[in-house]
Each structure stands twice: as C-alpha cells, then as structure tokens.
Design a protein around this ligand. Structure first.
Ligand SMILES: NC(=O)c1ccc[n+]([C@@H]2O[C@H](COP(=O)([O-])OP(=O)(O)OC[C@H]3O[C@@H](n4cnc5c(N)ncnc54)[C@H](OP(=O)(O)O)[C@@H]3O)[C@@H](O)[C@H]2O)c1
Length: 273
C-alpha cells in the first residue's frame, strides 16, 4: 500500500520526538525503510523521506530555490511569482509542512510580502523567521499580521549578534532556533540568504527546483565568492525527481577534506554583503 502524506507527516513528528527525547530511533528507522520499499504517490517522495530520515539523526537545514535553467530566481526588478509550475509549488508547501521553521531574508520580505504558510497540502504552518540586516524591517507585511504562525525576527526575537557588517552568522541562527525546539529548518531564500547559509556550511540538503525556462537576465540564485578554476566549484551528490515540467535536484554537499574546508571558510568571509 502506498505511503500517504499523513503517514509521512506523522513520521516527521516521531523523528522530532526521538531527537528531542533521545529515544530509541531503531523502530522509526525500520518504519522508514519499510515506507521506502512501499513507495508513495507523493511526488519526490524519496527526497521527503530522506529529509525525515536526516531529522531522526539531528538538526537539519534544507535550502530551497526555484530557478530557471540559467540560474535566475527572479526578474531584474525582483518579480518571482512564479518561476516554477504548480507541482514544484506543491513540493515547496510540503517542505513547509514538514519543517519546524522557515527562514527568509529581509529582501524577500520586502519584495514578495510572503505568507510562508502551508496552503497547497494538509499540514501545520511552520514558525516564520526573518533575517534582519541593516535596513528597517517593514512591520506592515502579511506574516506580522495574519496570526497564522509565530514570526521571529533575528536580533529582536532571536538572540543573534550581528557582526560589524550587520550580518548574523547562519550557524548562530540555527542554534538559536534549536534552543526554541525548532531544528528542522527550511531556508527558503532569497539568494543572499541562501548563499550565506551555503557558504557557512549550514545546509545539509538543497532542493533546487529547476523550471525549463530561460530568462537571460534577472537575479541569480546564488552569489558566492569567485573561484579561478572548476576544481574549486562546490559539488554535490544529486538525486533528480520530475515535478511536472520542472526538475527537483535533491542535493547533498560533498564533504570536504579538513584543509579544504578551512581554506573555504576563509574565502567565504568574502561572500557578497
Ligand atoms: N525563486 C525562489 O525560490 C525565491 C525564493 C525567495 C526569494 N526569491 C526572490 O529573491 C529576491 C530577494 O533575494 P535577495 O537575495 O535580494 O534577498 P534575501 O536573501 O531575501 O534578503 C537579503 C537581506 O536579508 C538580510 N539578511 C540576509 N542574510 C542575513 C544575515 N546572515 N544576517 C543579517 N541579515 C541578513 C539583509 O537585510 P538588509 O537588506 O536589511 O541588510 C539582506 O540584505 C526577491 O526578488 C524574491 O522574489 C526567490
């Protein structure tokens, strides 16, 4: 019998209990293995099951980006509704339903005025988290007014100390959220936010939703330090899923040797401000 969405959501609730209470994970792992062999009609089921399995072991931060074939997440003036088709949007809402918290940068708050709620599938709304930088956070945005879920702003509701450039360390954000019991986190964008989490080595997985569209202009999905050769490119192991006309790349960063990691940390300090 095919695994239902409700069963998958319950597995995530059990993962949270095992992680938080330090219980025996083996029965849940056995159930997840059985669910994998059963299969499911849920699109990209394998990617969602992998997320639940990772959440049994410890805190997880998954990044998502909806982009064109040429790596754009919005037009030049910031219009992004919608890069992807309905099946990919459904997937994004399933991710929101599975996680404890969803993080966006102040830029996305200003440009998109997102609700960050679960509307395209059954499930609970995640806690919304806004990364506040140097500019004022507009308090007239939907997520401050709708009472759909708690909304936390870094530096106000989350004790994250900004550095000299007004930036908070992504690792510190995740630690603060974990202290609130929120340790399965979706980093939903935009580019600056996602890039900083990626550069800081804070994303255990990345769901890249690629639409068969070319913009040829517009905002790039990632803004990282320039590298000289392809040897220095960030590499991932990848599993692909069809989501309607779009393709989901479920990416797991390749582990670096300790020396490479150290070198990269130094150069990551220069990630776009
Ligand atoms: N296609 C998609 O999947 C998708 C998803 C989300 C967003 N988008 C698009 O992405 C665009 C916005 O992206 P963006 O790169 O301009 O902005 P962003 O990443 O949403 O927000 C960047 C801003 O957030 C604050 N911020 C981010 N990281 C921070 C940190 N570590 N510490 C402190 N503050 C931090 C800063 O605010 P200050 O500016 O106040 O300093 C920064 O300028 C919009 O066009 C939106 O439509 C697309």
């Amino acid at each position: 019998m095919s695994v239902s969405w409700e069963t998958l959501c319950q597995a995530m609730v059990r993962a949270r209990e095992v992680r938080r209470l330090g219980g025996d994970a083996r029965p849940l792992i056995a159930d997840l293995t059985a669910m994998r062999s059963q299969g499911s009609a849920i699109p990209a089921f394998g990617a969602l099951l992998d997320l639940v399995e990772a959440a049994v072991r410890g805190p997880v931060a998954v990044g998502q980006s909806g982009q064109t074939l040429d790596g754009r997440i919005a037009t030049e003036r910031g219009h992004s509704h919608y890069v992807n088709g309905p099946e990919a949007l459904d997937h994004l809402h399933r991710l929101r339903a599975l996680v404890d918290a969803v993080v966006v940068g102040a830029g996305t708050l200003r440009t998109d005025d997102p609700s960050l709620t679960v509307r395209r599938c059954a499930g609970d709304n995640p806690t919304r988290v806004v990364l506040a930088g140097t500019a004022r956070i507009p308090r007239d945005r939907k997520l401050f007014k709708d009472d759909a879920a708690p909304t936390l702003v870094t530096g106000v509701d989350l004790p994250c100390e900004p550095d000299g450039d007004g930036l908070v360390d992504p690792r510190g954000v995740l630690e603060s959220l974990s202290a609130f019991g929120l340790d399965v986190v979706l980093v939903e964008g935009g580019a600056k936010t996602l890039s900083r989490f990626l550069a800081a080595g804070c994303l255990s997985r990345l769901h890249l939703l690629v639409a068969p569209t070319i913009l040829g202009s517009g905002r790039a999905g990632f803004m990282l330090d320039a590298v000289d050769t392809m040897d220095e490119a960030r590499r991932f192991s990848s599993t692909r899923y069809d989501l309607g006309a779009d393709t989901l790349f479920d990416l797991v960063p390749e582990r670096l040797e300790p020396d490479e990691e150290r070198g990269r940390e130094i150069s990551d300090a220069a990630v776009v401000r």
